[in-house]
Design a protein around this ligand. Structure first.
Ligand code: SF4
Length: 183
């Protein structure tokens, strides 16, 4: 039996890379069963239905029961702020960016590196996601800071909260924490 990701990719529609992004997210969310996909991905049932109709109109039957969850519960503290940060820097206003902003913000609450929490195959795919859909943020993260750290730092900077212990990264003890490998 093929993997859920493979099944969705093979039976799906739309841009192949975006289809891959959503197939990864759905697969990693589905692995958290019985948690509803709406909750795992931070998407309302309306948004999840739109996404599935756009990318996976045939492949969706395999996970439809799990998808029929309640709409996501109350947001964690930073989640709405992060979702809005992403939306404020979306590339072109496509619905995909709304779905990805919600998914990235929800999956950022996970315990692993963000690319892993998104179910992606490697960190480079997350960089491509950001370049395609949130290019301003990708440009701002020119030093390739870990994405969860970068988002947190952006939100703190926006609110005037200083979180860095040093005046710049070159002289900071936390540099490995902010920029180290995410394997
Ligand atoms: S390395 Fe230090 S100065 Fe640079 S972003 Fe991280 S905490 Fe801030």
């Amino acid at each position: 039996m093929d993997t859920l990701h493979g099944h969705l990719m093979n039976s799906g529609l739309g841009d192949p890379f975006d289809r891959h992004l959503f197939a990864c997210a759905v697969a990693v969310g589905a692995a958290e069963f019985p948690r509803p996909l709406t909750e795992a991905l931070g998407l309302s049932s309306v948004a999840l239905t739109e996404l599935s109709n756009t990318y996976f109109p045939d492949g969706w039957r395999r996970i439809a029961i799990q998808a029929l969850g309640e709409d996501p519960g109350p947001d964690e503290l930073e989640e709405p702020d992060l979702r809005q940060l992403l939306l404020d820097h979306r590339g072109c206003g496509a619905p995909e960016e709304e779905w990805l902003a919600a998914i990235v913000a929800r999956r950022s609450l996970g315990a692993n590196h963000l690319w892993q929490d998104l179910g992606l195959f490697n960190r480079d795919e997350l960089s491509i996601l950001m370049q395609r859909h949130f290019p301003d943020l990708k440009e701002r993260n020119s030093g390739d800071m870990k994405w969860k750290k970068f988002f947190y730092r952006q939100l703190c900077e926006r609110d005037g909260v200083a979180i860095c212990k040093a005046p710049n990264c070159e002289v900071c003890d936390d540099v490995a924490d902010c920029f180290g490998p995410e394997d």
